[in-house]
Design a protein around this ligand. Structure first.
Ligand SMILES: [Zn+2]
Length: 138
């Protein structure tokens, strides 16, 4: 995928990520966004095998079948999302260390303030964090 400074995220996917984060709390949720030309076409809720309020790991079998479907459809793995239950929507040192997809956007949903849920997006390349401007559309 082409690297972008601005990413248009359809409101229905933002709402879906938020709903997932809320239903997984007090643990972190995680999932994948697949798409074409920076447009999301499918959201996958995945299992956080860590079952933890402070870290996540996507179930590897689920990841395998998602990769398969993405490649069969000639989609791209646009993004990986997960939630932060008690902290801000910014990559933790563990998130940075475990970020293995330099072309994908890492979306983080923060539930820290239930009155004001925040979703932010980042590129994480070789330990360097760059924020992407998210525009929620639709
Ligand atoms: Zn995190």
């Amino acid at each position: 995928m082409k690297t972008v400074d601005l990413f248009n995220l359809d409101k229905k996917y933002a709402d879906e990520m938020l709903a997932h984060a809320v239903s997984a709390a007090p643990n972190e949720c995680c999932g994948i966004l697949a798409g074409i030309n920076n447009n999301v076409v499918k959201l996958y809720r995945t299992t956080n095998t860590e079952r933890s309020p402070s870290k996540y790991k996507i179930n590897s079998q689920e990841m395998f079948s998602i990769y398969k479907e993405i490649s069969e459809n000639r989609w791209e793995l646009l993004g990986v999302y997960h939630s932060h239950v008690h902290t801000e929507a910014y990559p933790s040192p563990t998130d940075v260390k475990s970020a293995l997809l330099p072309e994908s956007i890492y979306f983080i949903i923060s539930l820290r303030d239930p009155e004001r849920v925040v979703i932010r997006g980042f590129l994480i390349k070789k330990g360097k964090i760059t924020e992407i401007e998210l525009r929620i559309t639709g």
